[in-house]
Design a binder for this molecule. Structure first.
Ligand code: NAP
Length: 290
């Protein structure tokens, strides 16, 4: 059994990107520039944006964080997006979600110019991804496919079962896993799926993306399967200084011995998500997609 090291893989990818950036600088080209709009003071969002800024530093990118209080109006936010869309010094930008309830997230997502939508959330990028066209890939799904590729885990003709059909993980991952070149046979499960355990036991690659700590138990996993744990739920833990720990959707201790490969939480899929964002920002700077 091999524990997939997402942290190390992500560090390697960031070094590769930094090398490309250094070569671009030598040629007189400017640094890729990622901007992030952060609304309010949600702890999770603050951490995610801080991690993205750190990743930009590691890759040699310029980063800018635009902060607004959670009283910002939708019109003000759309105005900032319009400015970023038209700012030639910004290659790509993200609007950190979730947004306050009075702001329509879909409207905001669609206001971002798809050529700068490095999160890959715009319907044009989602559609292009489904069609197998050049696009900004969704961060977490592309990170998972990259992990499988770098660990030489066969996907062609393999049964991939995904638990969860969200717009940010389950659905786009299904599209990537079935695309030509990856070639998995994909099943997507959700809360109405019948015989979930049996469906999962058929998986060569089982992806848990539902947000329920320890949901995937040993009896749901085939001997020798690859298990990818996307779940990140904060659960109370009195032994930690913070009083919390991050828990995945897989009962790691009991499932791991049955697997050929498994991702831990933390240190598995999570670090790869930010890597895709960095890869997308580099592609935005080189203009190689659109
Ligand atoms: P989400 O939008 O809440 O979707 C959860 C999905 O799981 C839904 O499709 C739901 O089915 C399904 N589900 C819930 N209970 C189920 C059950 N008992 N049996 C089968 N399916 C069930 O979740 P998400 O945004 O995709 O996130 C999932 C988890 O991944 C969360 O823990 C999140 O924090 C984590 N995450 C991590 C990263 C990372 O970078 N590591 C990135 C994104 C998300 P229905 O559609 O039928 O309701």
């Amino acid at each position: 059994m091999t524990i997939i090291d997402g942290k190390q893989t992500a560090a390697t990818i960031k070094q590769e990107i930094a090398q490309i950036v250094a070569e671009r600088l030598e040629k007189g080209l400017r640094r890729p520039h990622l901007a992030a709009i952060l609304v309010g003071h949600d702890g999770g969002s603050e951490t995610y944006v801080a991690n993205k800024v750190k990743a930009c530093e590691a890759c040699g990118f310029k980063s800018t964080v635009i902060r607004r209080e959670d009283t910002v109006t939708e019109a003000e936010l759309l105005e900032i997006i319009d400015q970023l869309n038209n700012d030639d010094t910004v290659d790509g930008f993200i609007v950190q979600l979730p947004l306050p309830k009075h702001i329509n997230e879909q409207k905001v997502t669609e206001a971002v110019d798809f050529r700068k939508d490095v999160d890959g959330f715009h319907p044009i990028n989602v559609g292009r991804q489904s069609l197998g066209m050049p696009c900004f890939h969704s961060a977490t799904p592309a990170g998972i496919v990259e992990l499988l590729r770098r660990y030489n885990i066969p996907t062609r003709g393999k049964n991939c079962v995904i638990i969860g059909r969200s717009n940010i993980v389950g659905k786009p991952l299904a599209a990537l896993m079935m695309q030509k070149g990856v070639d998995a046979t994909v099943t997507v499960c959700h809360s109405a799926t019948e015989n979930l355990k049996e469906v999962c036991r058929n998986a060569d690659i089982l992806v848990a993306a539902l947000g329920r700590p320890g949901f995937v138990t040993e009896d749901m996993v085939k001997e020798g399967a690859t298990v990818i744990d996307v779940g990140t739920t904060l659960v109370p833990d009195a032994t930690r200084k913070t009083g919390f720990r991050l828990s995945g959707d897989v009962d790691f201790a009991n499932v791991a011995p049955k697997c050929s490969f498994i991702t831990p939480v933390p240190g598995g899929v999570g670090p790869m998500t930010i890597c895709t964002l960095m890869q997308n920002t580099l592609k935005a700077a080189t203009g190689e997609l659109f």
